[in-house]
Design a protein around this ligand. Structure first.
Ligand SMILES: Nc1ncnc2c1ncn2[C@@H]1O[C@H](COP(=O)(O)OP(=O)(O)O)[C@@H](O)[C@H]1O
Ligand SMILES: [Mg+2]
Length: 490
């Protein structure tokens, strides 16, 4: 452990030693069904020990926990965290798989980073103890399936218009016109005919990584899809057609260097009732590899910004990659358009984040054991208007390069700091590392002292939102741990 990553005084004073975590004094036992950055974070976290799942032995023998090509193992960039010695868990980020502790019980965990399939299969039969924490809410798909997200947003918009007037409903106009297929095919055709010549995008409602997506301008372009998917179900052995959404394609994306991009934003929900939301200040813009043009609507490398699509482009350069940090993007936009215009963009993004979550607040099965880290996809158009493209419940945690690894490592480590299973914080913090508390049963305002957005040195918004601002997370963690410790002492 390097000196500058030490939490001052943590577990050194008598008071600190007397501070018991939620779990008590024993180690925190975790399970993880992924083999990427999150596993590194969990294995590297002092005081945490791994409980092998069914696949752990296999994972270890395959040594799948290696970094992506080109990323060097990082030693001791572990940010402030509990620094007590811990048997079996190295106090550094290690790529060599750490041998898991052998346990027999499958339910013997305090923290589980599980996959959605596992949760669906087991949630209803699970009994969880008071302190146990698990990733995902039971019916997270209400927000993360493309068709359901739009349905829920449309419903909340209508309700808002009814209760607060038409003008309030305008604050929901941030997702492109969308219809569910096949169920809304006929309404879509009417809309299609009203807008001749525009471009539409078809997307499977429940797939990701750009799979199954195509653009079209003529109705007959979707005839083949219709033939395959949209047949009356006379044949009872046939599967129900896959649900798609058809969406107005944003034909005027904001371009940088002639290329389109979208922004990946990380949002953490620790409770739906009351709604409590954290926003991570780092993230990235994902660029397409090829210059934007509406002439080649069949070219996925031009129109889909997913890294999983772009990395297969023939001229993709893995060294250069196709990402900018959100901070770099914010600086670029500020230099080009001024801070007022950029403030408006980011305020618009805050609005999208909270409206999206409010649209499902009453539907999601709230459970104090559950939390969710969402990856929002936001696209800017040439008028700097932010559009919500989709919300993911399992944003990729696989790093595409060294910088990406560092971002994701910090993000996930700070997520554990927010959940605070070690019980080292006061619970009143408005910022923990790179996460800022955006909503706590209502909008959260920035403290006066915290109002500066350091990309251009000016004092900005009153909302506690710092997307794309400087992320001095390690310094901030040192401060809050010191102050929480002092408060707990008294
Ligand atoms: N309505 C749209 N207008 C412009 N580009 C879009 C639109 N919908 C999707 N895209 C592009 O396609 C990509 C993939 O779409 P998305 O809805 O995120 O599906 P997936 O779940 O496959 O990632 C987006 O990242 C964006 O670049
Ligand atoms: Mg996406």
């Amino acid at each position: 452990m390097s000196k500058n990553t030490r939490v001052p005084g943590y577990m050194q004073s008598k008071a600190a030693r007397n501070t018991r975590g939620i779990i008590g004094d024993r180690e925190i036992r975790f399970k993880c069904s992924l083999q990427n950055t999150i596993l590194d974070v969990l294995r590297g976290r002092p005081g945490w020990q791994e409980v092998p799942g069914p696949n752990i032995q296999q994972q270890n023998s395959q040594q799948n926990n290696k970094p992506a090509a080109g990323i060097k193992p990082t030693v001791s960039s572990q940010p402030a965290g509990p620094q007590q010695p811990s048997a079996g868990v190295p106090n550094r980020i290690g790529y060599q798989p750490v041998p898991p502790i052998q346990r027999n019980s499958d339910g013997d965990w305090d923290f589980y980073w599980c996959d959605r399939e596992w949760l669906h299969q087991n949630y209803d039969t699970m009994f969880l103890h008071e302190h146990q924490k698990i990733l995902h809410f039971r019916n997270h798909y209400e927000l993360t399936r493309k068709n359901l997200m739009v349905k829920n947003l449309k419903r909340l918009k209508k309700q808002t218009e009814r209760e607060q007037g038409k003008s309030e409903g305008l604050s929901f106009d941030f997702h492109p016109t969308t219809y569910e297929l096949p169920s809304e095919y006929h309404i879509f055709v009417e809309e299609f005919k009203r807008n001749p010549g525009i471009t539409w995008i078809m997307k499977p409602a429940a797939k990701s990584q750009g799979k199954g997506i195509f653009l079209f301008r003529r109705l007959k372009d979707i005839t083949d899809w219709k033939k395959g998917e949209y047949q009356p179900l006379t044949d009872t052995t046939r599967e129900v057609p896959e649900t798609y959404v058809v969406q107005r394609y944003i034909e005027n994306p904001y371009l940088i260097g002639g290329r389109k991009f979208d922004i990946r934003i990380y949002v953490l929900v620790v409770s739906y009732n009351p709604l409590k939301v954290w926003l991570y200040r780092d993230g990235f813009a994902r660029f397409s590899n090829t210059r934007f043009s509406l002439d080649s609507i069949e070219d996925a490398y031009v129109h889909l910004t997913n890294v999983s699509v772009q990395k297969n482009a023939p001229d993709y350069d893995p060294e250069k990659g196709c990402k900018w940090s959100t901070m770099r993007l914010r600086q670029y936009l500020t230099a080009k358009h001024g801070s007022e215009a950029v403030k408006k963009v980011f305020k618009g993004i805050d609005n999208i984040i909270t409206k999206g979550l409010q649209s499902v607040q009453k539907i999601i099965i709230n459970d104090k054991h559950c939390f969710e880290m969402y990856g929002y996809d936001i696209l800017l158009d040439s008028d700097l208007k932010p559009w919500l493209i989709e919300i993911n419940a399992s944003p990729s945690l696989t790093a595409s390069g060294k910088e990406d690894y560092e971002l994701k490592f910090g993000l996930l480590n700070d997520l554990l700091n927010v959940l605070d299973l070690e019980n080292r914080l006061t619970g009143k913090e408005k910022r923990i590392g790179g996460w800022d508390l955006l909503w706590d049963d209502g909008p959260v305002l920035a403290d006066d002292g915290n109002m500066e957005c350091t990309t251009n040195g000016t004092s900005v918004t009153t909302a506690n939102s710092f997307l794309g601002c400087h992320n001095d997370r390690k310094r901030q963690l040192r401060e809050i741990y010191t102050s929480a410790q002092a408060i707990k002492k008294t």
